[in-house]
Unconditional design. Structure first.
Ligand code: SAM
Ligand code: GLN
Length: 288
């Protein structure tokens, strides 16, 4: 007799299969994908190990497993990712928002709350991708408004969809173009960015999930990874209001160089860095 695919049995099989394929968190990914197929939370799986899957569920799960084994990130398979407690739609045109980036959002919210009362805060998010940074800051600051820029029109469409579903489209304007160019003539309380920062030689060392599936335009920061910081350090400070800030996410070991680039602009009075949960300097802030 053919053995039945129960929840418990298929999870064990998938975990082993993912492990053979070099997937980093084989058990967790198997559970998250199966829970999505069944439209339940992961806890449901643990109390229904003996429940058999119906053919439609099996077919859908098999397709997910095939994609994940080919290193498609779980977020792309499900079409969504949680960031700052909000649900963001993501596609292969957008970087999957990373937990590290929450440090930049938190720093921006803290600093923008200190801005002088009376005038509504306005900020820009450069290289917005899914809109993760901009839309989470807006959700924390109910009076603020924002401009975003991305070079990718496909990413812009995803960010606009996210603004709509989070009820924030009235406070955010989306632009397609090169860094600060579409915003020429404006001034801001803050300019935020998580630009592409992976040095050229490190691209091939990225995990297959990132290297094979995420957009290279979201990752490649030029020969030393600092191309975008050089441009932002020159172009952003004149677009800051007095006391405004330029705050960026940086890659490992980049903070001192980025802070030096910021300080090389005479408009920047002081800089500060913030560490992530692993103790790595992850955010550089420069104040005008
Ligand atoms: N802000 C999102 C986040 O933190 O999840 C995405 C960050 S991703 C590292 C960098 C983004 O910059 C990508 O969406 C990419 O399309 C965009 N980008 C790359 N070059 C750009 C340029 N010259 N001008 C504007 N955006 C650019
Ligand atoms: N944090 C991303 C990674 O490690 C890189 C994002 C970026 O270039 N800004 O893959």
């Amino acid at each position: 007799m053919q053995e039945v695919w129960t929840i418990g049995r298929i999870l064990k099989w998938t975990e082993n299969f993912f492990r053979e394929k070099g997937i980093e968190s084989p058990r967790l990914d198997a559970e998250v994908l199966l829970a999505a197929v069944l439209e339940k939370d992961r806890m449901h799986l643990y109390v229904h190990f003996d429940q058999p899957l119906i053919p439609e569920e099996l077919a859908k799960f098999r397709a997910f497993v095939k994609d994940r084994a080919a290193h498609t990130p779980v977020a792309y398979i499900l079409g969504k990712k949680e960031f700052m407690g909000l649900s963001f739609c993501v596609t292969e045109a957008t970087l999957v928002p990373r937990p590290d980036t929450e440090i930049l959002v938190q720093a921006a919210v803290d600093e923008l709350r200190k801005r002088p009362a009376g005038e509504a805060v306005r900020f820009a998010d450069i290289g917005t991708g899914s809109g993760a940074i901009c839309l989470s800051v807006l959700s924390f600051l109910p009076e603020a408004t924002a401009d975003t820029v991305d070079i990718s029109a496909e990413a812009r469409a995803v960010a606009e969809e996210n603004a709509e579903s989070l009820g924030l489209s009235g406070r955010c304007t989306f632009h397609t173009g090169d860094l600060l160019q579409p915003l020429a003539g404006n001034t801001y309380d803050a300019i935020l960015s998580n630009p592409p920062y992976i040095p050229e030689k490190d691209i091939e060392t990225l995990s297959p999930d990132v290297r094979l599936k995420e957009p290279l335009t979201a990752l490649a920061g030029g020969e030393d990874g600092l191309d975008f910081y050089r441009r932002l350090a020159g172009d952003a400070p004149p677009m800051l209001k007095e006391g405004g800030l330029l705050a960026v996410e940086v890659g490992i070991h980049q903070a001192p160089d980025v802070a030096a680039l910021f300080r090389a602009n005479p408009l920047i009075g002081r800089t500060e860095t913030k560490k992530d949960l692993a103790g790595i300097e992850r955010v550089v802030i420069g104040w005008r």
